[in-house]
Design a protein around this ligand. Structure first.
Ligand code: CAA
Length: 389
């Protein structure tokens, strides 16, 4: 199970990984099946994650965060996802999709008001780009914000919003100038306790069932100009920049789910006997384990490398689009490959809800879909490499 993994981790990295591992295994793993089954939002453990500093790992301490680097974030998220991908999704949206955008594009007063409560874990953040008729083609959204003096009035329906039913704040992307297409999209910071905001249909999902997902509805919602994130028309670029960060996190999620499924398979193949021997002695199982392990270690390198690229970008401003998309693409497909093999190795027990293997399998699938389907990742990677569109 050990590997000669040579990626340079500092003492701080080892510490956050161990802290996250202990918390995830002691507090989250025991309750994961229950919340998966009920589909309830796991408020008590999410609150504890906030208290432990997991909701704003890269946010500077002055805004209530832990002030750590991207690799620390990825190591912690991987451990949380190894125990339960639903908790990982909630953590990932708060850290990347919500906090990263505010940190990069927010004004000082926006950071104080909107970032601090989420980074300290006292509030929950969400990111809302998708609409019922606008998914991968994100620039075709129909929701509108119309300026009226010092406010914008927002109307429209957004869908597939992670943490939508429970969020206190949402980074919303909506059209201010539809004739300008993607250059007519603007980002806003939304307070969900104000009139005109409501939660729509909740999505009953295959996996990550304890992470709440819903539509959110805007009916003459009035947002003050000072809550606009960036300038008018900058929304699409902000959305894409933030998704680059999000995709590093989804890579870490795929990695964590894969590790959980692999370690369970390894243990099972050492213990379970058939035809008078341990099943791990059969080449059919052994070769599966070998492929699972190799995919996981390759995914790890891509994900940690993407984390380093994102960290570098804080100083140089360089984009890490390619590294993030490759990490998300490969780690998510690894998660599907590994969890599929894990169910097969466990056979009937893998299909049973008595073990977490079937949950890993169900949870893995979303990593190939959200924050840009893997078809979109391939598009991003190939466009980046060829320079063609
Ligand atoms: N960083 C910065 N800028 C970027 C960028 C990036 N990663 N990607 C594109 N841009 C810029 C381009 O430079 C271009 O700028 P100009 O206006 O100056 O020309 C502009 O954005 C438009 O770029 P494209 O012409 O490439 O745009 P496109 O319409 O062809 O779309 C796409 C590109 C890759 C398909 C993009 O639309 C995309 O990523 N789609 C997927 C959306 C997605 O991931 N949705 C998931 C939403 S979140 C979610 O899953 C729910 C949740 O809560 C977790």
């Amino acid at each position: 199970m050990s590997s000669n993994f040579l990626f340079p981790l500092t003492e701080e990295h080892e510490m956050i990984r161990q802290t996250a591992r202990d918390f995830a295994q002691n507090e989250i793993a025991p309750i994961a099946a229950e919340y998966d089954d009920s589909g309830e939002f796991p408020y008590p453990t999410v609150k504890k994650m906030g208290e432990m500093g997991f909701m704003g790992i890269e946010v500077p301490e002055e805004y209530g965060g832990a002030g750590m680097d991207t690799l620390s974030y990825v190591l912690a998220l991987e451990e949380i996802c190894k125990a339960d991908a639903s908790h990982g999704t909630i953590m990932s949206v708060n850290n990347s999709l919500y906090s990263y955008g505010l940190l990069k594009f927010g004004t000082e007063s926006q950071k104080v008001k909107f970032l601090t409560p989420v980074a300290t874990g006292k509030a929950i953040g969400a990111y809302s780009l998708t609409e019922p008729m606008s998914g991968s083609d994100a620039s075709t959204m129909r929701s509108r914000a119309v300026r009226d003096g010092d406010v914008y009035i927002i109307n429209g329906r957004k869908s597939w919003v992670t943490s939508g039913p429970v969020a206190n704040y949402v980074v919303l992307f909506t059209m201010t100038a539809p004739e300008k297409k993607h250059r007519g999209i603007t980002a806003f910071l939304i307070e969900t306790d104000k009139p005109g905001f409501s939660v729509g249909k909740k999505e009953p999902k295959l996996g990550i069932r304890a992470s709440a997902t819903s539509e959110i509805l805007f009916e003459d919602y009035r947002v003050p100009v000072e809550n606009r994130l960036g300038e008018e028309g900058e929304g699409f670029k902000i959305a894409m920049t933030v998704l680059d960060a999000g995709r590093v996190g989804i890579g870490a999620q795929g990695l964590g789910i894969s590790e959980a499924a692999y370690e369970a398979s390894l243990q099972f193949s050492r213990e379970r006997e058939a035809f008078g021997q341990k099943i791990g002695e059969f080449e059919g199982i052994g070769f599966k384990l070998a492929d699972m392990k190799t995919h996981i270690e390759a995914a790890r390198l891509l994900v940690y490398n993407a984390a380093m690229a994102k960290e570098r970008s804080k100083k140089t401003g360089e984009r890490f689009t390619l590294e993030a998309s490759m990490a998300k693409l490969f780690a998510s497909e690894t998660a599907m490959f590994v969890t599929h093999a894990a169910v097969q190795i466990h056979a009937g027990m893998g299909y049973s809800k008595e073990l977490p293997i079937e949950r890993y399998f169900r949870d893995a699938k979303i990593t190939e879909i959200y924050e840009g389907t893997n078809e979109i990742q391939r598009l991003v990677i190939s466009r980046w490499e060829t320079g063609l569109k």
